[in-house]
Design a protein around this ligand. Structure first.
Ligand code: 13P
Ligand code: SF4
Length: 304
C-alpha cells in the first residue's frame, strides 16, 4: 500500500518538477520520502535555493509561508491546511505593534515560528539553530524585544547576558516535557547524554547536558562518542536519529512530546497535494516584502 503511494508520488513529483521538504518532527515515512528533511533553518535555506517549480512543504503553516516569502516564484503547497503552530499564533501583528510602541528603542527579533505579519514588523528573524549567533551579532547597547517564545528567548538571555523583553509565548508540545520526566529517564538510563530543545521549560533546560535545535541534535548524535541519548524534544526526530545511528540508543524523555499538527501530514495527503495542487500557500505582497527583509537577515547568520 505505502509502496504504491510512494511510487505515485515520485511519478507526479517528476511531472510537476516538485521538491518535497520535511521537518524533523514529521512522521517517519514522510521524512524518508522527502528530498530534504531538516530543521527550520535548513528548510529555509533549501526553500530559498531550490530550482524546482513546486515545493511540497511537509511541516506547519509558518514554514510553508516562509518558503513562499523566500521563493515568491514557486508554488508552495501545504498538504494539510489546518496544520498550524499554536506558538506562532500567540502574538498578533497588532500586539507586536503595541509592544514596539512601548519599547521604541528595542530591536525586534522574532522566532521563525511566527506569522508572516509578525515577521514583517520585526527587525530580524531567527531559528533555534542560529538564534545565539544572530543575537550576539546585534549592537551590545540595544535592548531586544524577543517574540513569541519565552523559552527560546530565555535560553538566549542566559547564554548572552543581553537585556531582553520576552513575549510570553511557548510551544504546547515542549512544555509537556516535565523535569520529573527527565529525572525518571536519567534513572532508567544512567550514563545517557540528555539533549533538549531550547523550547523546553527553564527547569528542564537547566538539567540538560546540551541545548540544541533539531538539526544540531542530529549532528551531535552522529559525531558524539557517546552511545546512549535521552531526547527532550518532539518525538518525530527519534526516527532519523535511530536510522542515522543504528549502533547507538535513543530514548524519548516522555511519550507525551508529540506535536499533533506535525502529525497531520500523511503519504495520502502528499499525493493529493500533488494531484490537486493544494493547499497553495501565498503571502500578500505588502506583508511579504517586510517579512523577507527579516528572513534575509536571518539567512545571513548561519551557525559556525
Ligand atoms: P528546529 O527544527 O529549528 O529546532 O525547530 C523546532 C520546532 O519546534 C519547529 O516547529
Ligand atoms: Fe509549533 Fe511546537 Fe509544534 Fe513546533 S513543535 S510546530 S513550535 S507547536
Amino acid at each position: 500500500m505505502s509502496e504504491q503511494l510512494i511510487e505515485k508520488i515520485q511519478t507526479l513529483k517528476k511531472e510537476r518538477n516538485a521538491v518535497i521538504l520535511a521537518h524533523n518532527y514529521q512522521p517517519g515515512e514522510i521524512q524518508d520520502l522527502a528530498d530534504y528533511a531538516g530543521d527550520s533553518l535548513g528548510l529555509s535555506v533549501q526553500a530559498a535555493q531550490t530550482d524546482a517549480d513546486v515545493i511540497v512543504f511537509c511541516g506547519v503553516l509558518f514554514m510553508a509561508e516562509t518558503a513562499a516569502i523566500l521563493s515568491p516564484d514557486k508554488t508552495v503547497l501545504l498538504p494539510e491546511k489546518t496544520a498550524g503552530c499554536p506558538m506562532a499564533d500567540m502574538i498578533t501583528a497588532e500586539q507586536l505593534a503595541e509592544a514596539k510602541a512601548n519599547h521604541p528603542d528595542a530591536l525586534v527579533v522574532c522566532y521563525v515560528n511566527s506569522t508572516a505579519e509578525v515577521k514583517a514588523l520585526s527587525d530580524y528573524c531567527c531559528t533555534s539553530g542560529n538564534a545565539l549567533e544572530l543575537v550576539k551579532s546585534l549592537p551590545q547597547d540595544k535592548e531586544i524585544l524577543f517574540v513569541p517564545d519565552k523559552n527560546l528567548g530565555g535560553f538566549i538571555q542566559e547564554r548572552t547576558g543581553r537585556s531582553m523583553i520576552l513575549w510570553p509565548g511557548y510551544c504546547n508540545t515542549h512544555v509537556r516535557i516535565q523535569v520529573e520526566d527527565v529525572k525518571q529517564a536519567r534513572a532508567d538510563h544512567s550514563g545517557a547524554v540528555l539533549l533538549a530543545h531550547p523550547e523546553c521549560n527553564p527547569d528542564v533546560r537547566e538539567v540538560a547536558d546540551e541545548l540544541l535545535s533539531t538539526g544540531q541534535m542530529l549532528q551531535f548524535a552522529r559525531t558524539s562518542p557517546h552511545r546512549e541519548f535521552i531526547i527532550a524534544t518532539e518525538n518525530g526526530i527519534l526516527h532519523t536519529l535511530k536510522k542515522q545511528n543504528p549502533d547507538k540508543h535513543f530514548y524519548p524523555v516522555t511519550e507525551r512530546a508529540i506535536c499533533p499538527n506535525m502529525k497531520k501530514i500523511s503519504l495520502e495527503k502528499v499525493l493529493w497535494a500533488l494531484e490537486d495542487m493544494q493547499y497553495h500557500i501565498t503571502v500578500p505582497q505588502e506583508v511579504a516584502g517586510g517579512a523577507k527583509r527579516s528572513l534575509d537577515r536571518m539567512l545571513a547568520v548561519l551557525p559556525k
